[in-house]
Write a protein that binds this ligand. Structure first.
Ligand code: ADP
Ligand code: MG
Length: 705
């Protein structure tokens, strides 16, 4: 037996959490801090010094030498700059360890190189990080030593958000305020806050690190840009939920332990559909913490992989031809006293509050489908959304049989009088218990599925921050709640008014409900008839951020200013162009320096062999070698032509000045040119002697972990 793991003892060991604060802070300070954390009250600056002091002592006792303001710039990953706790040496050459309230609350990284999308010129580069006390500080142990990480928001000198946390916090406040109005309408006077809960399921691939290093495409772009399908793919589905191999198991164990220490409630792990693909899901937490924790999950997955000779690929589509990776963003709204607004109860038709919430969310999703789609757009996700595996690029909502029936009743007769029940599942085996069956089956193809007491937004990319999807979900819901509350607070007869409102909202937005197969071609047609947007690529989705409706809404709820939205548009176009440019340059390099030389070698071996055979035995049949030589030479020349064409369009696009025009050109011209180069290369991989082929194959990568 291996050593016993005491999870309870390990959990949160490296977190400056409530227990630690309670132990180490004076009562009055603890109370004030807790009020900010729990009730959203403004932080009292006078307590900062005391908190900083306690935090420093706690961290130093655990070996910390440095602290960092940990933030999430618009690159989508996290950033940090470390400062040690040491003070200026005293006259006798000693140092003391210091950390002031000011250093805790505010930082000023020289952050001029982070993308700001024009919000900040480099000559006015001041950017500030501000302590987010609603997400607990934690200690990170790695080769540098132990570092105290303080989650922070990152803003410009003029207060514009330069990060992914600030708008999220703003959107949480917006939905809180409006949701409380809804609750009050139904006579709830006790709940104080409504907070979005988020549980993200994270998919990833593991490959052998040595093989990874032999693939410059993986190293530079995170995905394979060449690669023929092995004889076996995922068709047997024997990997899905399969037993976990030893090396991967050891890896997962360590990932869990690292995460538990950081207070991340890692819960579920299993093998996914594609070979070498896995999933990790934590227990849901309030949105802000869940977003931070998902960043820690991604970081930990990568870091621990290195210790096991593995490499963790978070890219949405590391391998063509097998499933890609996504992130299911489970989302619900919960009060501070534990009421889930998305809980329909046993008899949803009688649960008027739930039906109002549902109809508001349907309205929000229908009205802002483009924004929701945009929030899941990233470069890698273009390979999934709309391709035959992830939910389509069209936003629709699955609500299941039971709720659809209630909606039907309401829309047709104006009255819902019954809810379908689940009944029992007969196993047909006497020794097995009959199981209680949910009233609704699952649907795996819907981008936005109601799963019992939460919505599951399944479009999000595996490598992306989950901040944007949650910002959009919170804000569009806040808007719908506000519009409902504005009507209902002034209604003379509440019961009639709420009934009419639910019916009207459901009838007006029913078109977004779809319970069928979201992967089918018929749905694409049907969705078009219903007038639902189908934004097939990231570059097509980006403009959704700055439509009139979007600017109006985000400004109304103070989540984004117009300038902040415009900056995000610029950054996204730029990010797209840069990523495609790197992929194109990598393909050119790999093709020119590795693949073409290997194929040339193979052709000369063939030619030599033909010559030698002919001279040794003029009657011998060399037709096989000759045919191969002809075939290989033809693909080789296709490759050469394609390399030249790709170089030319890549150069052309690189020179375009306007961000939108440039991204569009990369999408329309470079992406097809890359495909044109890949085709002959993948054909050649299947013909050329494996000994000569310079890249580990798909089979080597995904079946030999
Ligand atoms: P499923 O099997 O339907 O995907 P799970 O129970 O495995 O559901 O949960 C998937 C994720 O959803 C987990 O991270 C879980 O914590 C989260 N989750 C469960 N309930 C809620 C909720 N009410 N709000 C937000 N997330 C939730
Ligand atoms: Mg799921």
């Amino acid at each position: 037996m291996s050593e016993v793991v005491n999870v309870a003892e390990m959990f949160g060991k490296n977190v400056f959490n409530e227990t630690v604060m309670k132990e180490r802070l004076p009562k009055s300070v603890f109370k004030k801090l807790k009020k900010t954390i729990e009730d959203g009250a403004e932080l009292d600056p006078s307590i900062a010094d005391v908190v900083a002091h306690a935090m420093k002592d706690w961290a130093i006792e655990r070996g910390a030498t440095h602290y960092t303001h940990w933030f999430q710039p618009l690159t989508g990953i996290t950033a940090e700059k470390h400062d040690s706790f040491i003070s200026a040496p005293t006259s006798d050459g000693k140092v003391i360890m210091e950390f002031s309230g000011k250093e805790l609350v505010k930082g000023e990284p020289d952050a001029s190189s982070f993308p700001s999308g024009g919000l900040r010129a480099t000559f006015e580069a001041r950017g500030y990080t501000a302590w987010d006390c609603t997400s607990p500080a934690f200690l990170r142990e790695d080769a540098i030593g132990v570092t105290l990480c303080i989650p922070t928001a990152f803003c410009s000198y003029t207060g514009e958000a330069l990060d992914k946390k600030t708008p999220l916090l703003r959107s949480m406040e917006a939905v809180d305020e409006q949701a409380i109005r809804i609750l009050r309408l139904f006579g709830n006077t006790t709940s104080k806050r409504v907070t979005p809960s988020v549980g993200p399921e994270q998919e990833y691939f593991l490959v052998d690190h040595e093989k990874y290093l032999q693939r410059k495409d993986l190293v530079y772009s995170g995905r394979t840009l060449f690669g023929a399908m092995p004889p076996k793919g995922q068709e047997l589905e024997d990997h899905y939920f399969g037993s976990i191999r030893e090396r991967v198991a050891a890896y997962m164990k360590e990932v869990n332990e690292e995460l538990w220490k950081l207070g991340v409630p890692a819960k579920t792990q299993h093998n996914e559909v594609a070979p070498a693909q896995h999933e990790l899901a934590p227990i849901f937490e309030q949105a802000n913490v869940a977003v931070d924790h998902n960043q820690l999950v991604m970081e930990t997955l990568k870091k621990v992989a290195g210790r096991h000779g593995l490499n963790c690929l978070l890219h949405e589509k590391p391998f063509a031809g097998v499933n890609g990776s996504g992130k299911h963003n489970n989302w619900s709204l919960t009060t501070d006293d534990g009421i889930n607004l998305l809980n329909p109860g046993e008899t949803p038709h009688e649960n008027i509050q739930f039906l109002l919430v549902l109809s508001c969310i349907l309205k929000a999703v229908d009205k802002h489908a483009d924004l929701l789609r945009e929030s899941a757009a990233d470069v890698g996700n273009d390979h999934r959304l709309g391709a035959n595996e992830a939910p389509p690029a069209i936003i629709s909502v699955f609500i299941g049989e039971q709720l659809e029936d209630v909606v039907d009743q309401l829309c047709s007769t104006g009255e819902a009088t019954r809810s379908k029940v689940g009944g029992t599942l007969k196993t047909g085996v006497r020794t097995l218990p009959d199981l209680f069956k949910d009233a609704t089956d699952r649907n795996r193809t819907s981008p936005f599925a109601f799963t019992g007491n939460k919505f599951e937004f399944r479009m999000v990319g595996s490598s992306d921050s989950i901040s944007s999807p949650n910002v959009v979900l919170n804000t569009i819901t806040a808007e719908a709640f506000k519009e409902a509350a504005d009507i209902l607070e002034n209604a003379e007869d509440f019961d009639t008014a709420v009934h009419d409102l639910i019916k009207n909202q459901l009838s007006a937005h029913r078109r977004v409900i779809f319970n069928g197969n979201g992967y089918s071609a018929e749905w694409v047609e049907e969705a078009e008839k219903r007038g639902l947007p189908n934004l097939k690529s990231m570059v097509e989705a980006i403009p959704a951020l700055t439509t009139e409706a979007s600017i109006r809404m985000f400004e109304e709820f103070k989540v984004f200013t117009k300038a902040e939205l415009e900056s995000r548009v610029e950054i996204e176009y730029e990010a797209y162009s840069k990523a495609i440019n790197i992929e194109a340059r990598t393909m050119i390099e790999v093709a020119s320096k590795q693949l073409i030389p290997a194929v040339v070698k193979y052709t000369s071996i063939l030619a030599d062999s033909i010559g030698k055979i002919k001279s040794a035995c003029p009657d011998a049949d060399t037709s096989v070698q000759e045919e191969l030589l002809v075939e290989v030479s033809a693909y080789l020349s296709d490759m050469k032509v394609a390399v030249a064409a790709l170089s030319e369009v890549a150069d052309k696009c690189a020179a375009i000045g306007d961000n939108k025009e440039q991204a569009t050109a990369y999408h329309d011209e470079v992406v097809p040119a890359m495909a044109a180069l890949r085709t002959p290369a993948d054909k050649l991989e299947l013909i050329v002697d494996k000994e000569l082929w310079p890249l580990p194959s798909y089979g080597d990568l995904i079946f030999e972990v």
